[in-house]
Design a protein around this ligand. Structure first.
Ligand code: GLC
Length: 736
């Protein structure tokens, strides 16, 4: 007979152990276990539908019914380039959006959190008020990996502040042809730059401890060879040997993997005719098996749809090739149906499914998403804070590449001057940020908070007078300097593919008109890549490549006014003409306008008495003069003599009847020709004997075969006398 006392004790023990059994935290929810141990417990618990859900990534805008996240076990959601919250575009709107989906995920049986991705490619660039950094081509020009790591950390903070766990960055493309609309998304034309920045950017995003509240998952993209397509066609065909592919396009991934990048995005492009989304050799045998990539592969936006065959075969081919998660992004129910039938029909093995799902869950465990699934509202103040903008302004300063500098212009005076500031790019946040800013394609105008180039000038040197004009139609008659800001309109991806990188004629027009004012011209180019600048370089006393600087436009003023020296050097070769492109560092017969690594890294004047540098030469619009532009004032006295040899189209010798220092610009020698040049003529000049000097006594070195820019190529058949051109006449000349 069991004593009542003992029976009672037994009942207590029984009750505790049953309660314990049912309330015991399953191992996969125990953060003290390793991600692998947690996975080993979770995977066997999952149904096929739950596994399929983990591999499914819709865009948030495609989810009409929030409950789909629960009922379909959706494992990931993204916001594409323009897919901002419908409620508004503040950091709070984003945090609310994120939490609304996460709440639904946490209502699933196993409470597996979603991982949410966004294109934070130059800051949290979808969100109004976020710090927007220079696009990668400008970061490449800094050659400053520690700065890039700092930028990545800040980007991660501002993204995490809105709840989001993952950015589709860094783009480690190696753009080899500037016709490509995504040139600015790469760090530059060499694998050296992808290596210099790809790994450190991942380290900055994912931080030292992955489950830190301000760490997010990185994504090395687009694997592989996206920047090497023939003619730079976006999503085109990269026709290279495997050795070339590995030498040029793989190094950035090696660094990213070395830094434990958690995801890789497959490329729309093809390698020798095979779409990357279906390339088992590169996605599985190389990336996962040979290189040991342990994260997961995400497809690009509807990238699998480009595979040959119907959608069902696209699903089968891409997942069997090694894609683990599909950025569907719209018809996610269809995707789920097709994937389920492919598994049921043994077209995709459970082993492959379990491998994909395991990779995805391991990332979620490493990020600590099970422990902290929701946004941390205390972080919202991180978005756009001044300390971040200060770093962005440093990046702007260090990204600037000074391509031309005449003496006695820089640094600009901080007071007492009247400065013309001309061009729509001078006062337009949207234009200086470029694509992937609030909207996928970016947009002109005040798209977010920040400092325009003009505002930066006014901020850094408030004691000057600034006269701003969007274009050349102004009646201003006197000024001390002109700052002209020209460049591209925003674009992203295929919308930026160009056959011709000439500047708009209205922009050439601005500088031509200003030249006749006889004041120093500082030209700033806002672009995602080198443009053909022959038509404006000659008439600019200073020329700065500013790329796409982002929200902190005052970084440009800080260099122009001398608070900081220019540091940037070219991450790409700067072509003279379209016929030179593709032109890349290491090519044979490499004769760009400016070579890779070029950059003038001082504002100081040339040394007194130093040899004058011939910076550019041009056949003027009357066709009978050539101008030689040096970096300092030239002298032309009675006893100056010089023998020039001009060769037209490689064979014809053209005589020079006289030469004189230009009245409009003392840095310029004007040579009168014995015959008129024509549009299309290729003219070179050599200086083989004489005593040409600069005003400070510098001797001009002899030179040979210096290429002369033929300005007639930029004028629609109208010859006009120099110095006689008025604004209205320009409209005839350029048809503006
Ligand atoms: C785009 C881009 C890719 C981006 C993705 C999500 O088409 O190719 O870089 O991450 O879709 O927006």
């Amino acid at each position: 007979m069991i004593k009542p006392k003992f029976l009672f004790l037994l009942q207590i023990i029984l009750f505790i152990s049953i309660t314990e059994m049912f309330s015991q935290t399953p191992p996969f929810l125990d953060p003290n276990l390793s991600p692998q141990d947690r996975l080993n417990d979770l995977l066997p618990r999952m149904t096929l539908d739950e596994k399929i859900g983990q591999m499914t990534q819709p865009d948030h805008a495609a989810i009409q019914n929030l409950n789909d996240v629960t009922t379909l076990f959706i494992g990931s959601i993204l916001s594409g380039g323009s897919s901002d919250p419908s409620s508004g575009n503040s950091p709070l709107d984003w945090a609310n959006l994120y939490d609304s989906f996460q709440t639904k995920a946490m209502q699933t049986r196993l409470q597996i959190p979603i991982i949410y991705g966004v294109d934070g490619v130059h800051g949290h660039s979808n969100v109004i008020g976020a710090t927007i950094f220079p696009h990668n081509i400008g970061i490449g020009a800094t050659r400053n990996p520690s700065l890039a790591k700092e930028i990545a950390k800040i980007t991660a903070k501002e993204i995490a502040a809105t709840g989001i766990d993952w950015t589709f960055a860094p783009c480690v493309a190696v753009p080899r042809n500037e016709r490509w609309g995504r040139t600015y998304e790469g760090y530059g034309e060499t694998p050296e730059l992808a290596q210099m920045f790809g790994g450190v950017f991942v380290a900055g995003l994912q931080n030292d401890s992955l489950n830190s509240p301000t760490s997010i998952a990185g994504c090395a993209k687009h694997y592989m060879g996206d920047g090497g397509t023939t003619n730079g066609i976006d999503q085109g065909n990269t026709e290279v040997t495997e050795a070339e592919l590995r030498a040029i396009h793989l190094p950035g991934y090696l660094e990213a993997i070395e830094n434990n990048v958690l995801t890789v995005m497959s490329s729309y492009s093809s390698w020798n005719g095979q779409k990357m989304h279906g390339n088992h050799y590169l996605l599985t045998e190389v990336l996962k098996n040979e290189l040991g990539f342990a994260g997961f592969v995400i497809s690009d936006w509807a990238g699998i749809d480009q595979l040959p065959g119907d959608y069902h075969s696209d699903v089968v081919e891409s997942i069997n090739a090694g894609v683990d998660m599909i950025m569907v992004p719209n018809e996610y129910q269809t995707f789920i149906t097709e994937l389920k039938s492919a598994i049921t029909n043994n077209e995709i093995s459970m082993e492959r499914i379990d491998d994909a799902v395991s990779r995805i869950l391991l990332v979620k465990f490493q990020l600590g998403l099970f422990e902290n699934p929701y946004s941390d509202r205390a972080l919202l103040a991180e978005v756009g804070k001044i300390e971040h903008r200060n770093v962005a302004r440093q990046a702007v300063r260090e990204s600037l590449v000074l391509l031309k500098k005449n003496d006695n212009v820089l640094p600009l005076p901080k007071s007492g001057s009247k400065i013309l500031v001309i061009g729509e790019h001078a006062n337009n946040i949207g234009l200086q940020c470029g694509g992937w800013t609030v909207q996928w394609q970016g947009a002109s105008g005040k798209v977010t908070e920040g400092t325009t180039i003009l505002e930066g000038l006014q901020k850094v040197a408030a004691s000057n007078e600034y006269v701003f004009s969007q274009n050349v139609n102004f009646t201003q008659t006197d000024a001390d300097y002109a700052i002209v800001v020209i460049g591209e309109q925003p674009y992203a991806e295929m919308f930026g593919d160009r056959d011709n990188l000439e500047l708009e004629s209205a922009q050439i027009n601005m500088i031509r008109k200003l030249k006749n004012m006889g004041i120093p011209i500082v030209t700033i180019l806002i672009s995602g890549r080198p443009m053909l600048i022959n038509s404006v370089l000659h008439n600019s006393d200073v020329f700065v490549a500013a790329w796409l600087p982002g929200t902190e436009g005052d970084g440009i003023a800080e260099v122009l006014f001398g608070d900081f020296q220019p540091k940037g050097i070219l991450p790409v070769s700067w072509a003279k003409s379209m016929s030179q492109i593709p032109i890349n560092y290491g090519d044979t017969n490499y004769e760009p306008l400016f070579p890779y690594n070029f950059g003038i890294n001082s504002l100081a004047n040339s040394e007194v008495g130093s040899n004058p540098v011939l910076q550019s030469a041009i056949v003027t619009e009357d066709g009978i003069h050539v101008e030689l532009s040096f970096n300092k004032s030239m002298v032309n006295s009675q006893n100056t003599n010089a023998t020039f040899q001009l060769i037209k189209n490689g064979t014809t010798q053209v005589g020079v009847s006289s030469f004189v220092v230009s009245e409009a610009n003392e840095n310029v020698l004007v040579l009168a020709l014995s015959e008129r040049m024509s549009k299309g003529d290729v003219v070179t000049i050599s200086y083989q004997s004489g005593n040409l000097k600069s005003a400070d006594g510098g001797i001009v070195d002899f030179f040979s075969n210096f290429e002369i820019i033929n300005f007639l190529n930029y004028i629609a058949g109208i010859n006009i006398l120099p110095g006689k051109v008025e604004a209205e006449h320009f409209s005839d000349m350029f048809g503006t």
